[in-house]
Design a protein around this ligand. Structure first.
Ligand code: SF4
Length: 320
């Protein structure tokens, strides 16, 4: 299987004001994260808000510059490369379809902007045909091209956002919580559309979500992030049925199950406390302040992220 994207020891730190003269502090939003995504695959990335998953997605696309580490796309190191040739091939669908569409542009121009930037159409006629074809692919139609974003529902706007990303024929898409701002009733439709488009257009996704129940349906593999670190990464079924990291176990236990019998016997693991500040994370294992298995070593040594079973990686001292 061909690797389309590889991220090696990626770090993204943001400087913050400490309140004291000459004292510099940083938020370690992404701190030494490594993974790869095969062509045609969906890698789900989950974790609570503020865990660094969105920053990871944006840094991969170089919408934010990495502090350290390497980003390799289709065999090329793009960490410091001119991104213009890669912008067409690597796209993003944003979380908030209300904020991500220019309210003064028609939907046709929003979708067509990428065609203009990358000079993909020979004339206006071709441009119009490509826009209409793309709108139809995402469940809209030619009439929608002349309307403005405020005339659409949230679900329709997200379809416009997807059409905008797809119109330039990308190979890789960062889906940054693309359904979390939508009504529960239409979330499944949009997820199904992502899956259909992936099959039709041979797309590779990094699918970011805070809700594991969403990610487990669409992903081939799932990575779990906590406070800037990847703590577990495995095949989607393996992670859902045999989570090894205590944090992943708590996320899995929170997924509602339809079977009432199973639901009664299943134990929900409720985490104590809040996520600590990424400016001053706990020593050793960052999860230790909320982990019921924590021992002395957890405060002293950072657990190594290592393969403990075939293709199952975890960072925890008690898992061997
Ligand atoms: Fe819990 Fe220790 Fe494992 Fe961290 S390393 S998850 S604190 S047992």
């Amino acid at each position: 299987m061909k690797r389309l994207l590889e991220v090696q020891n990626l770090k993204k730190y943001f400087p913050v004001a400490s309140g004291r003269l000459f004292e510099k502090k940083v938020v370690k939003a992404v701190d030494d994260v490594s993974f790869f995504i095969n062509k045609g695959e969906t890698l789900g990335l989950v974790g609570e808000s503020g865990c660094g998953k969105t920053t990871t997605g944006r840094t991969i696309l170089r919408l934010q510059e990495p502090t350290e580490g390497k980003i390799i796309f289709d065999g090329q190191d793009i960490t410091k490369a001119n991104m213009l040739p890669y912008r067409r091939r690597m796209q993003i669908v944003f979380q908030d379809p209300y904020a991500s569409l220019n309210p003064r542009m028609t939907v046709g121009d929003i979708v067509g902007e990428g065609l203009d930037i990358h000079k993909l159409c020979a004339n206006k006629r071709e441009r119009q045909d490509v826009i209409v074809e793309m709108l139809e692919r995402v469940g809209l139609n030619s009439e929608h091209a002349n309307r403005f974003p405020h005339e659409f529902s949230g679900g329709q706007r997200q379809r416009v956002g997807i059409a905008r990303a797809l119109v330039v024929k990308p190979e890789f898409i960062v889906c940054d919580e693309p359904i979390s701002a939508l009504d529960v009733s239409i979330q499944a439709q949009v997820i199904n559309m992502f899956e259909e488009l992936q099959d039709q257009l041979d797309l590779t996704y990094l699918f970011i979500a805070h809700d594991l129940s969403v990610v487990k349906h669409i992903s081939n593999r799932i990575g779990v992030m906590y406070l800037g670190k990847l703590v577990e990464l495995a095949d989607a079924n393996e992670l859902t049925f045999h989570p090894l990291h205590p944090y992943s176990q708590s996320l899995i236990s929170a997924i509602p199950v339809a079977d009432p019998k199973l639901s009664r016997t299943r134990q929900r693991i409720v985490l104590e406390g809040d996520v600590p500040s990424p400016i001053d994370p706990p020593s050793g294992c960052r999860f230790r302040t909320r982990c019921s298995y924590a021992t002395k070593i957890c405060a002293e040594q950072e657990p190594e992220f290592k393969e403990v079973k075939d293709n199952h990686f975890v960072a925890c001292h008690i898992v061997e």
